[in-house]
Write a protein that binds this ligand. Sequence first.
Ligand code: VGL
Ligand code: ZN
Length: 279
Amino acid sequence: MYTQSIITKRYTTDIKPNTIKEVKKHVNMYILTLLFVIFNRTQHIILIFKITYTYLKKQKTMRFGRLKFSVLTAIFALLIAGLFACNSKQNQTENKLKESALLIIDVQNDFCPGGALAVKEGDKIIPAINKMAKEFNLVIASKDWHQDSTVHFEKWPVHCVRGTKGAELHKDIDTTLIDKIILKGTENSDDGYSAFEATSINLKDFLNESKIKTVYVTGLATDYCVKRTVLDALRYGFVTYIVTDAIKGVNIDPTDSETAIKEMTEAGCKVISSEDIVK
Ligand code: VGL
Ligand code: ZN
């Protein structure tokens, strides 16, 4: 009789008091599991393990049928807990990125190998950028967008002249993931290093209107436009990250990128790798 599963038993009319007790125990187990998964943290999962183990130990004297049911209950509880744990981790990432924007700075042909102001291996950061762009609700790409003649070209070789091939985004950047392209360095009297100096939009207002609290900065070049964008973002109160494998420097002096990163972190910027955001 008792070797029969409780599942089928509890739906029969002649439920014995003992059986009700057993069912109650199992229901308690489910409630406990549910409570833990709601607040789920690793230590809660471990606790579920411990409770399950103690519970099973107490059932030692039980006959095989019920023990099997208990084992099934335990496995079920753990599966549910695991499922919730995965879900909640995903939700945490999604929620975290909900108020975040990805900034892609100047990944244009002229800053990539073969370009007028090429950053060594500048194109190597593109896969990490594309991978991250898929995770963000708001992706903004800036373009250095100079006139033929500007004070800027007294300091730099001619590059990113609006309308030229060199000013186009690198072909490997997945533009379908970009929500907004912004233009900077557009005047003949400015350098326009920072994306916050864009003239096609007021980036600070746009981010605030979009309820963005955090920006992740990627692109070229670490020691110029990335750095100046990061310092402005911090100044305007955004929580700011640089993504180490998604930025590259010009390095006129070989230590320039290193120095720039130090300057950014000292100003309050956080350092992260794309692996930390997208597995
Ligand atoms: C940049 C030098 C000149 C940059 C732009 O995008 O970092 N660097 N113009
Ligand atoms: Zn420029």
